[in-house]
Ligand binder design. Structure first.
Ligand SMILES: C[S@@+](CC[C@H](N)C(=O)[O-])C[C@H]1O[C@@H](n2cnc3c(N)ncnc32)[C@H](O)[C@@H]1O
Length: 280
């Protein structure tokens, strides 16, 4: 039984970080005419109502998208991201927040395809409704780790996989590492983006060490922390692993990361860091 609902967290600082990076990765795929494939293993509901009881319970979006919504000096990478949020909020007021599937769908060309896996029955239902008449998008109520086996390698031969679990299970990281290693054996040329929370450093270091030992090449990590002190029960920061990052992504991240950190860090704590875990 899954208890996690992304609706409580939609638009928080971790979502902002993840979705800006996601938009960057999609932009890099648009640089070539050949169609691409996108697999979202933990797709969520697709779209979130920020006026709902769920979103308003802790108003996490106040520490995330609300802090960017009216910024006039956003760097290009952030402007691409904001364009998608604006597209689903046609009035000036911020009322809805797109999930990862809607961010990617915004940029898709007619020959590109996306496959979405979501295991929570209610969120899978919302996702199916969202894309019911969309022939470029397929939604499966399926374990995303099984999805990696079922849909990789894709016929398009180029593309992006987002692995964005809820981390509510104790063995999530171990399961993720096993599934990623298997997926990479089947399709070593794909871009993989893996989101993770930063609660305590020890857990993150363990996760990084396992990645370094996995045999996977070309692994970049980017981290945004908004607190100096690491309190294990709080999300102190957020990170993304990128396997096979597009050329010059590290430089792009270094360029807009500090701006993003400044916008997200409420007390000027934490920081932004880009680090190669395994070179090419
Ligand atoms: C962090 S949320 C995803 C958010 C979404 N990717 C976004 O950025 O908008 C994680 C989602 O994974 C779903 N989930 C949990 N375990 C899963 C699994 N094994 N396979 C597929 N979905 C799963 C949860 O129901 C939840 O909706």
């Amino acid at each position: 039984m899954l208890s996690y609902r992304h609706g409580f967290h939609a638009g928080n600082f971790a979502d902002v970080f993840k979705h800006i990076l996601l938009c960057r990765l999609v932009q890099s795929l648009l640089g070539k005419d050949k169609p691409f494939f996108y697999l979202d293993t933990h797709a969520g509901a697709g779209r979130y109502d920020l006026t709902s009881v769920m979103a308003k319970k802790n108003r996490e979006f106040n520490g995330g998208i609300s802090r960017l919504w009216e910024k006039a000096d956003a760097p290009e990478a952030v402007r691409d991201y904001l364009a998608v949020v604006r597209a689903i909020n046609p009035t000036e007021e911020l009322q809805a927040y797109p999930g990862s599937p809607l961010f990617v769908r915004h940029f898709l060309r007619p020959a590109d395809r996306m496959m979405l896996c979501e295991l929570h029955s209610k969120d899978a239902e919302y996702l199916k409704e969202e894309f019911a008449r969309d022939r470029q998008v397929s939604v499966q109520m399926l374990d995303g780790y099984h999805g990696l086996k079922a849909y990789l390698p894709p016929i398009q031969r180029r593309g992006l996989v987002l692995i964005d679990p809820a981390f509510e299970l104790k063995d999530e990281r171990a399961r993720l590492l096993e599934a990623l290693t298997e997926a990479y054996k089947r399709w070593s040329g794909g871009i993989y983006a893996i989101w993770y929370p930063i609660q305590d450093r020890q857990t993150v270091d363990w996760f990084h060490r396992q990645l370094i030992r996995s045999g996977i090449r070309n692994i970049l990590s980017a981290e945004l922390k908004i607190y100096d002190e690491e309190m294990p029960l709080r999300m102190n920061g957020t990170g993304m692993i990128i396997v096979n990052p597009p050329w010059q992504l590290d430089g792009q991240l270094e360029a807009f990361g500090p701006w993003l950190w400044q916008a997200m860090s409420q007390q000027g704590q934490g920081g932004f860091k880009v680090n190669w875990l395994v070179p090419e």
